[in-house]
Design a protein around this ligand. Sequence first.
Ligand SMILES: *Cc1c(COP(=O)(O)O)cnc(C)c1O
Length: 372
Amino acid sequence: MEVGFYGHVRQYHNLKGEIDKAISDVLESGQYVMGPALKRFEGELARYFGTKHAVGVNSGTDAIWLVLLALGIGPGDECITVTNTFFATAEAIWFTGATAVFVDSKPKTNNIDVGLIEAAITPKTKAIVPVHLYGQAVEMDKIAAIAKKHNLYVIEDCAQAVDARGASFRIGELSDAVCTSFIIQKNLGTFGDSGAIMTNRDDITETVLRLRNHGSPARSKHSMGYNSRLDDLHAGILSVKLKKITEWTDRRREVAAMYGEGLADIGLKLPYELPGYRHAYHLYVVETRNGKRDDLLKFLNGAGVDAKSHYPIAIHQQEGYPWGKGARIVGSVTNSEWNAANCVSLPMFPELTREEVDYTIAKTREWCAANA
Ligand SMILES: *Cc1c(COP(=O)(O)O)cnc(C)c1O
């Protein structure tokens, strides 16, 4: 049996009528850039997140970068985040000229260890950039309290956690802005690249609207900006998909429950869901405890299960890590390093069948029994 890692084509087939129509509607409209499909999707997105504004941009990376710029963050400033995330979180900070300051993650959730943040704050600290890794929200209530006490901005990296929720808060409720990505492999993804910024702040909105379009407040007028727009074709497709996101997350959570049951007590560390939280299971990440992660991956791949690893190289272990300039580690990041060394992502997408999940469980159990 072959179990794929993504269900993109299945998802397209399930929605083919609506998606094809959305594409042809945009094509027939004659407006492809900053047109009505984008405007409509931004309205839907803001309503969905419960924020005052949503601004479409070219990618999740640009979303973070443009928000940091809008907040005036640049050389000499510091932003606190984690090293066990996708490279783009830090990249966006570096692109402003600011320094990325890394604190360790918590083994249980693999999200930022909120208890370590205050010790990393210096007079140069301007922002905290929490990453809702794998689809589980960071404890934003605690982050917001720290930010308030030290007068810091909070920018949520929600690329993996659309449709996640905390026990007592929604994503976007306790921060200055939320940044997300709609690249195809995300929970809400188009057939290509794009991203968005959700915020309640008028000043951030006004600035990112200019920055994404050559600094232009009106036709032919410019100040310094960039080209980072969300194309109308993608907006049209995303409008169709946004209507499905709750149902898809529910299904991801069902698959996670099947994995949780089938893989209990066989020596793997399974995902931990904080009480009352809605984990969106962008990824279902287990961790080996015997140091044989690569062996498990090889075994699963050999058995036809396309398991992967997110992320086997933490940011500070990357070749491009700017040691000494632009980055600083506070304390140790051994939990993040452990995560990088032991993580295995099992296939996780809403269109997975019971048979595929059962096969993945059976093969994982087989390896664990032989490698106890
Ligand atoms: C995907 C991702 C990004 C970047 O999004 P792009 O649209 O690929 O630029 C940033 N942060 C995290 C945590 C991601 O998973």
